[in-house]
Design a protein. Structure first.
Length: 116
């Protein structure tokens, strides 16, 4: 049984990842050493890895499903309005049926929040 998929997200500067996940989205910092940080909020977890070479090659889009999109949007749009994605700054129903909004950090990492 698979229980969780945990992405590794590469940053040239670890602080950029912490700015998005810990400061911007209120994830808890579970672990940090050298070039790795583990962050978690509710059932969502990510590994932030400091590696400039891989960061230059890959700026991911990450989707997080939720069943409380209105509450999450209210919290995050107040907490970090500067992170709202220019093309996803409000909750919108997409053609595939999900309601979504998104955050975008200064390095190009996009986090989409989705409610089906």
């Amino acid at each position: 049984m698979l229980t969780r998929l945990i992405p590794s997200i590469f940053y040239a500067s670890m602080q950029d990842g912490l700015d998005l996940f810990v400061e911007g989205m209120a994830f808890k910092l579970l672990h940090r050493d050298g070039k790795l940080a583990v962050v978690e909020r509710d059932s969502a977890k990510a590994y932030l890895v400091e590696d400039a070479e891989f960061a230059a090659k890959n700026r991911p889009e990450i989707a997080i499903e939720t069943d409380t999109i209105e509450d999450l949007y209210a919290e995050l749009s107040l907490r970090s309005p500067e992170l709202l994605h220019p093309n996803g700054k409000v909750i919108e129903r997409k053609p595939w049926g999900a309601r979504e909004f998104a955050l975008l950090d200064k390095t190009g990492v996009c986090v989409v929040f989705r409610e089906w």
